[in-house]
Design a protein around this ligand. Structure first.
Ligand code: ADP
Ligand code: ADP
Length: 230
């Protein structure tokens, strides 16, 4: 099943930088895809267009069944509910507990309190943080905060989990723990798209690699390594 399709997608920012130059990419349900390339290559722009944080200048983008260049802004929240997004800096709400941070995502879709509680406890269990439910984000390590962010992202059972440098702020051991969780989520059927600079993870957990440089896709390879020639 085709979940994500970019057809002749260009993104030129107001400063005339062409961040994404003619992307033609298909991602099938269940895939795990790394997006790699140097800083400024266009990775974030590519990923942001998937959840409509940025709009393409031209071309067509389909995600789930949404044709993103056509949908009204009022439809964007519906699209976002079908995606989970994880960021390098976690983006937890500091004044809410861990439980509340995860529940918040579910309350938006009006579930019953008992169903919310069960689901929050379940996803916190998946990331092995059930005991931290009453804590606040600043009481957790970086790796733990990222695991909460992942729990929040999968709480609505999204078909696609998008991760932009999810291990960028973490030490190698902690990064590997995050990767194990993303692997497990992928094995349960969720499509994962992950932008990363982490060559060790890319080489150790082999998946499709989309390499970008100067706004162009320069490599799209199944089970690729971080450096093409190594
Ligand atoms: P990466 O994620 O690979 O580091 P980005 O997608 O963030 O790359 O950036 C690609 C290019 O677009 C860079 O030249 C960057 O400076 C530029 N860029 C990114 N965001 C904006 C913006 N909002 N306005 C103008 N230029 C931008
Ligand atoms: P079951 O689905 O039979 O309850 P699992 O242990 O496979 O058994 O999964 C439990 C629940 O966890 C699933 O119903 C699913 O909603 C949720 N879940 C697990 N992994 C993910 C994931 N990657 N994305 C979204 N939801 C997930």
């Amino acid at each position: 099943v085709l979940l994500i399709e970019f057809k002749h997608v260009f993104k030129k920012y107001a400063n005339q930088v062409v961040a994404v130059n003619d992307f033609n990419i298909k991602i099938q349900q269940g895939e795990f895809v790394y997006v790699i390339g140097p800083s400024g290559a266009g990775k974030s722009t590519f990923i942001k267009m998937m959840y409509r944080e940025e709009k393409p200048t031209s071309g067509q983008i389909k995600v789930n069944d949404y044709q993103l260049e056509e949908i009204k802004n009022s439809k964007v929240p519906f699209l976002r509910r079908e995606l989970g997004v994880v960021f390098q800096d976690f983006k937890l709400l500091p004044k809410l507990t861990i439980f509340e941070n995860v529940a918040y995502a579910l309350q938006v879709i009006e579930k019953q309190p008992a169903a919310i509680k069960a689901r929050v406890e379940h996803v916190l269990g998946l990331v092995k943080l059930a005991s931290k439910a009453p804590a606040f984000p600043n009481e957790l390590s970086g790796g733990e905060q990222q695991r909460v962010a992942i729990a929040r992202a999968i709480a609505n059972e999204p078909k696609i989990l998008i991760a932009d440098e999810p291990t960028g702020n973490l030490d190698p051991e902690t990064a590997a723990g995050i990767m194990e969780i993303l692997e497990r989520i992928n094995q349960q059927g969720t499509t994962v798209v992950m932008a990363t600079h982490n060559s060790h993870l890319v080489n150790e957990y082999r998946h499709r690699v989309i390499e970008i440089e100067g706004g162009r896709v320069i490599r799209d390879q199944d089970e690729g390594r971080f450096f093409q020639d190594e």
